[in-house]
Design a protein around this ligand. Structure first.
Ligand SMILES: NC(=O)c1ccc[n+]([C@@H]2O[C@H](COP(=O)([O-])OP(=O)(O)OC[C@H]3O[C@@H](n4cnc5c(N)ncnc54)[C@H](OP(=O)(O)O)[C@@H]3O)[C@@H](O)[C@H]2O)c1
Length: 311
């Protein structure tokens, strides 16, 4: 057996590993009666997570940039769904989604914050902030903090991060350059946004201590989805190469987030970072509580300046 096959076949303490699929990690689970919100329901890992969680009986609140995309994504699932438009780079759209969900009166068991963009070659901004930071972090920050009223007393928040959280700018979060105007690298900015996802989950987990709620961050692996749509130049060569060595298919790629969303075993690891369906070490920045607390405060300031919480 080759070394690669050995690594891919390896399983960790959870009993699952690199090659486990979302169906496998939920085998035997009955999720009927549970409501799970998923951002990015129309594509890639969000769609596969929705498919499997729905197959296990959960009611899925499926969010996508537009109502049409949310409805199309939800229509491909087998169980009950609620489709909601939520453009994460537009605070008004996120707040409208929150208002719609709150008005439905549903209690949410898991907020699976899956949507994201990666490595835009040129600097793009929303509301004056670098677009990956704003979409991947600030959009989800508004969504989650505004929906905490609807989260079950034993509810979970699952943040899709990435191994790229280990490769942000040298100082981690560039608090003095959140606009990107002071210098921009597509991959570093993606790393920064994914570090923000880890730090946000850490800080949420601390705030949840003793409440029954929990929060986690996840690296799904390398999966050939639409995420790579913005890549150009050397990445076009590098990525297929990395992919050949360590790529998962979408069924395997969705397993870690679906495992963390559903497994009773993860609750004991409140605040942990998971990859290949097992707890993994975070980067040094990813364990920096001071940076996490500052990020929360700065995020609140940004959000308040943009109009505060939804109704
Ligand atoms: N694939 C990988 O190798 C990999 C590795 C590490 C981490 N991840 C993380 O996994 C998550 C899922 O990615 P994926 O691989 O499934 O990629 P994907 O197929 O491109 O799906 C990303 C989803 O996010 C949505 N999205 C993007 N920008 C948005 C916005 N402004 N507002 C609302 N929704 C938005 C997309 O909607 P549209 O289709 O409308 O654009 C799509 O539904 C991401 O957070 C990514 O960072 C993926």
């Amino acid at each position: 057996m080759s070394l690669l096959a050995l690594i891919k076949g390896k399983r960790g303490a959870s009993g699952f590993g690199f090659a486990s699929t979302a169906e496998e990690v939920t085998e035997g689970l009955d999720l009927s009666g549970q409501t799970i919100l998923i951002t990015g329901i129309n594509s890639g890992l969000g769609q596969e997570s929705g498919r499997v969680l729905s197959q296990r009986g959960a009611h899925i609140i499926g969010l996508a940039r537009t109502q049409k995309k949310a409805e199309e994504g939800c229509a491909r699932l087998s169980g009950p769904t609620t489709a909601v438009a939520c453009e994460l780079s537009d605070p008004a759209s996120v707040r409208a989604a929150v208002d719609t969900i709150k008005a439905s009166g549903q209690t949410i068991d898991v907020l699976l914050c899956n949507a994201g963009i990666m490595a835009l070659p040129e600097l793009n901004q929303s509301n004056g902030y670098e677009l990956q930071f704003f979409t991947n972090h600030i959009g989800h920050f508004i969504l989650v903090t505004d929906l905490l009223d609807c989260l079950a007393s034993d509810g979970r928040v699952v943040m899709l991060s990435s191994a790229a959280h280990t490769m942000p700018y040298k100082e981690g979060i560039q608090f003095d350059n959140l606009t990107g105007d002071g210098g921009y690298s597509g991959f570093r900015a993606y790393g920064q946004s994914k570090l923000a996802n880890v730090l946000f989950a850490n800080e949420l987990a601390k705030r949840f201590e003793g409440t029954g709620r929990s929060a986690f961050s996840v690296h799904p692996g390398g999966i050939n989805t639409n995420l790579g749509r913005h890549m150009d130049g050397p990445s076009n060569i590098l990525f297929p190469l990395v992919g050949w060595i360590g790529m998962k298919n979408v069924e395997q790629g969705a397993s870690t987030q679906v495992y963390v969303t559903t497994s009773p075993d993860v609750i004991q690891h409140n605040g942990a970072y998971f990859a290949d369906c097992n707890v993994k070490a975070k980067s040094a920045h990813g364990q920096n509580d001071e940076m996490g607390a500052r990020l929360w405060q700065v995020s609140e300031e940004i959000v308040n300046a943009l109009g505060g919480a939804s109704a």
